[in-house]
Structures are given as C-alpha cells and as structure tokens.
Ligand binder design. Structure first.
Ligand code: PMP
Length: 343
C-alpha cells in the first residue's frame, strides 16, 4: 500500500464539513410516516430519492467486488469530475493535469473553480511519453491528474496505467467512460494498492443510459466520504435510480448493446477505409473513431448541411473529426454522404 495522507491534499474548509444525509436515510424505520421533508403526500414520484443511494451501491458493490462505502454515485460522471475538483482544488491556487488532447470537461470544471489547467501533449500516436510526464509532474505541484483511458477524443487506451498511478503524488483519476468497449481490465483492482486513486465509470456509454445521467466513482472510503460531503443531497433522481436498479441485474442489456456497437463499429471502419480522401482512421478502443481527412473543413460542412452532426476537433488535431458509431441506418447515411463527396 502506497503511503498517503489524503487530508494533506484536501481543501481545508471541506475537512471541517460532514456529508449531508437526510434523517430518514440515516436510520432504519419500519413504516415511517413521512412528515419531515415538506414533500407532497400525493403523486407517484412525490418523495425525495435516497440521498445515500444505498440500493444501487449495494448492487454495484456485488458487481465490482468492492465495499459500498468505496462507491459514490453522481449525476453523470461529469458531476463527479466537478465534485472531485471541488474537494481537492483550492480556487486560484491549485492546478490540475490532463492529457492533450483529452476530454474537455476536466479543463472546464477546473476553470469554473479557478484552477490552472496544465496539459501534457500526447505524441503523434496519441500516447503519453513517460519521461515528459515525469518532467511535468516535477515542475509544479499538481493536485489532480485526469487520465482518460480509452481517451476521448483519440480513442486509444493508455498502456501501463499503474506507472502513472505509482508516480503521481496527488489524486489520480482514471476515467473509464469507454472501458467496456475496450475489453481491457478496469483499474478498480489498483484501489487496494493506491489510496490516491479514483476510478470513474458511467452508465452513459456501453449501458446506453446517457439520458438517466448516472456516473460512478470508486475510491478509498476517505475519498468517497469527501465526495459525498460536497455533493448535493439528492443529486441522482428517483426515476434514474429506479431505472438503474431494474437494468443493472440484466447484464444482457449491456452485452447486447456492446455486441451491437462492436458489429456496427467494424462495419463502419470497413466502409471508412474505402474512402480515398480519408488519410487515417485512428485505432479505437471506444465507440467512436477519430478520422483524419484531406479536406476536413469541406467534409464537416457537408455533413452539417445534411444534418449529420459530428465533432470537429480544434488546435492540436485540426484535420480530424470524431464520429461516433451509430446504428446501421445512421452509419449508412453517414457513409453515403462521404461517398458522394468522392465523385
Ligand atoms: N468522461 C469521458 C471521457 C466522456 O467522454 C464523457 C462523456 N462524453 C464523460 C466522462 C461524461 O459522461 P457522463 O456525464 O454522461 O457520465
């Protein structure tokens, strides 16, 4: 176990606070008369959701083989990114580290919290260079490192993740939003060894429940308590919790989604490779492709004209568009427009 004093990294004011847990969620009652929360006694969804998300944590704990008090549930992993920054980063003082290019929301929430964002450039194959990483972390005090694997928008996974966890002395967040598509093992198993690690997962991608907004953080009990301290009491709504409880027992939903996505991904890749003005389809461990075009602006505008929305990337990868795998009908629409542009 790596030696670590979490309290030294936490914002001082947060250390003095306790998580808000509503009285009814704190205690075991058999058949309580609920006159404590100014809710309406009428209607179907008239009650506040469980502020501790007990049932879903129990399920996740069995599924991931980890204690329920090592799990925090958020309104999407987006919320968890925000909460983690709030717990550890002193506004105007602390900095975070992220890969470049990587998921924009790390920088966004850091900026909202008035923290500096240090970017570690990836090489031409979108890999991290270990020496550069070591050099960067020596240069300044960095509170959090957001490591995204598979990385958005590049699509590749980071190799030898433990190297980064071992060498980073702040909080390291491994964002596994796309891990199910990669077939790789989760870093949750590293939690036993590294008390400064947080692993993020989400129900938005492979589970197909982006509309429900549920993300999960796995970490030490101490870190989870701190995340729960800064979260809004009822951050995940009852509709989403009910849906999740219903679906989580049915791994078939995940498997079917995954299988369908992987079939479509391979079909789409095959079609994309036939298009002459595509320079490169980058290898992807996720449900999207980063594609380099000879005529990126024209392609992007043409797709937009046809109301096919894609994600055009800026400065570091100006010739690339990120396109996610759709269903067959959507993929055919995409490929048809791309092929039309060849003639
Ligand atoms: N992490 C990464 C790498 C993502 O790409 C996304 C969504 N685009 C998220 C986190 C946020 O996911 P959600 O808030 O839907 O859980």
């Amino acid at each position: 176990m790596k030696e670590f004093n979490i309290n030294q990294l936490v914002r001082k004011n947060i250390l003095e606070l306790q998580p808000y847990i509503s009285f009814r969620d704190h205690n075991e009652f058999e058949k309580p008369v609920l006159l404590d929360a100014n809710e309406s006694p009428f209607g179907e969804f008239n009650r506040y959701p469980d502020s501790t998300q007990k049932k879903i944590k129990q399920k996740l704990s069995e599924l991931k083989n980890i204690s329920p008090d090592q799990i925090a549930v958020g309104n999407g992993s987006d919320e968890l990114i925000d909460l983690i920054i709030k717990v550890f980063c002193e506004p105007k003082k602390d900095s975070i580290l992220m890969m470049n290019p990587s998921f924009a929301m790390y920088g966004f929430y850091a900026s909202v919290n008035e923290n500096r964002v240090i970017k570690l450039d990836l090489n031409e194959n979108f890999e991290m260079i270990k020496d550069e990483f070591l050099k960067t972390i020596k240069q300044g005090q960095l509170k959090i490192f957001f490591l995204c694997s598979p990385n958005n928008p590049t699509g590749n996974s980071v190799d030898d993740i433990e190297f980064y966890v071992k060498n980073f002395n702040g909080i390291i967040v491994i964002d596994e939003a796309y891990i199910e598509f990669s077939g790789r093992k989760s870093s949750i198993k590293l939690l036993e060894k590294y008390p400064n690690l947080i692993v993020l997962q989400t129900f938005s991608k492979a589970w197909g429940m982006a509309g429900a907004r549920v993300g999960v953080a796995y970490a030490s009990k101490e870190i989870i308590k701190l995340i729960n301290t800064v979260k809004a009491p009822y951050n995940v709504n009852s509709l989403s919790l009910d849906l999740l409880l219903k679906n989580i027992d049915n791994q078939e939903i995940l498997n079917q989604n995954l299988e369908n996505t992987l079939i479509e991904k391979s079909w789409l890749k095959n079609e994309l490779q036939k298009i002459k003005y595509i320079n490169k389809v980058y290898p992807s461990d996720a449900n999207f492709f980063l594609i380099e075009f000879k005529n990126v602006e024209k392609v992007y505008q043409k797709l937009l004209e046809k109301e096919i929305l894609t994600s055009k990337r800026t400065p570091q990868i100006p010739d690339c568009i990120r396109i996610n795998v759709g269903n067959r009908e959507e993929n055919i629409q995409l490929v048809t427009v791309l092929k039309e542009m060849e003639s």
